[in-house]
Design a protein around this ligand. Structure first.
Ligand code: NI
Length: 269
């Protein structure tokens, strides 16, 4: 089975004890490519995932500041992100957005930092990875206003909203990514969305170490478990798991042009 984990936090300290073994299990599970989010522990460490993208050819990374930490952001941090974004293994900007569930930062500050990062991502010509929790109306409004005109698209990560929002995202050039929470008994609503969206717009992820899929729920999540997300969503789509996994992997490679085009594009810039 060929799998791609479109969203994992492999720099997390919960992997410090066994990171190499975790990477081996990831490869053994069939994961050919992984997107390691660069948001790290916060804006004091903006290159948290860079060492892994540099050490492994199958790992790519992002730059960005999570909405939780919006209140700590300085102009210096934004300048540093713009510099890091030029690294050839950085293929997206994120995760960025709004989180009204935790409200770790005031909402107006979250919006200001979200807007600022969309402008930087546009200048860097990178797609964005959206983190949105209990803030879908505002996220969609800001994407429509600030991001849609760029045509760069992105990923609605750990999708938790309605079919209508998923379709609106796709219209604006986004892929819709389902995480481990889409396997839980109480999230039939997410499986209903995954069942009817165009398969070409679906990605799968772990969001490791968070949100372990059903058989591992409550434990530390790791990228190898993306196989479980594939297995459950494949059954929802009435497809063999290996076919669903291969299609979503193909979607990721096509979206990020990881077929050689990207290398030449990076060499030109
Ligand atoms: Ni995440």
């Amino acid at each position: 089975m060929e799998l791609i984990d479109s969203h994992a936090h492999v720099d997390d300290s919960r992997f410090d004890e066994d990171r190499e073994a975790m990477f081996e299990r990831t490869r053994d599970a069939g994961v050919t490519t992984l997107l390691a989010l660069g948001t790290g522990p916060g804006p004091h460490k903006l290159d948290a995932a860079m060492p892994f993208a540099e050490a492994y050819d199958w790992i790519y990374t992002t730059v960005g500041i999570h909405p939780h930490e919006a209140k700590d952001v300085t102009q210096g941090h934004l300048d540093e992100l713009a510099r890091l974004a030029k690294h050839p293994k950085v293929i997206a900007w994120g995760e960025i957005g709004l989180d009204y569930f935790y409200d770790h930062s005031p909402r107006d500050v979250q919006e200001r930092v979200f807007r600022a990062q969309m402008e930087l991502a546009a200048a860097a010509k990178l797609p964005i990875i959206i983190h949105c929790r209990d803030a879908w109306a505002d996220c969609m409004r800001l994407i429509e206003e600030v991001w849609r005109p760029t045509g760069l698209g992105g990923i609605l990560h750990c999708f938790t909203s309605t079919l209508e929002d998923a379709r609106r995202g796709i219209e604006m050039g986004f892929m819709v990514s389902f995480a481990g929470n889409s396997t839980y008994p109480k999230t039939q609503n997410l499986r209903d969305v995954a069942k009817v969206l165009p398969l070409a717009n679906i990605l799968i992820e772990t969001d490791a170490p968070y949100l372990a899929p059903q058989p591992y729920r409550g434990k530390r999540n790791e990228p190898a478990y993306v196989a479980e997300v594939a297995r459950i969503l494949a059954s929802v789509r009435d497809l063999p798991a290996d076919e669903f996994a291969a299609r979503t992997a193909g979607n990721f490679r096509r979206f990020f042009r990881l077929d050689g085009l990207r290398v030449s594009a990076a060499a030109e810039s």
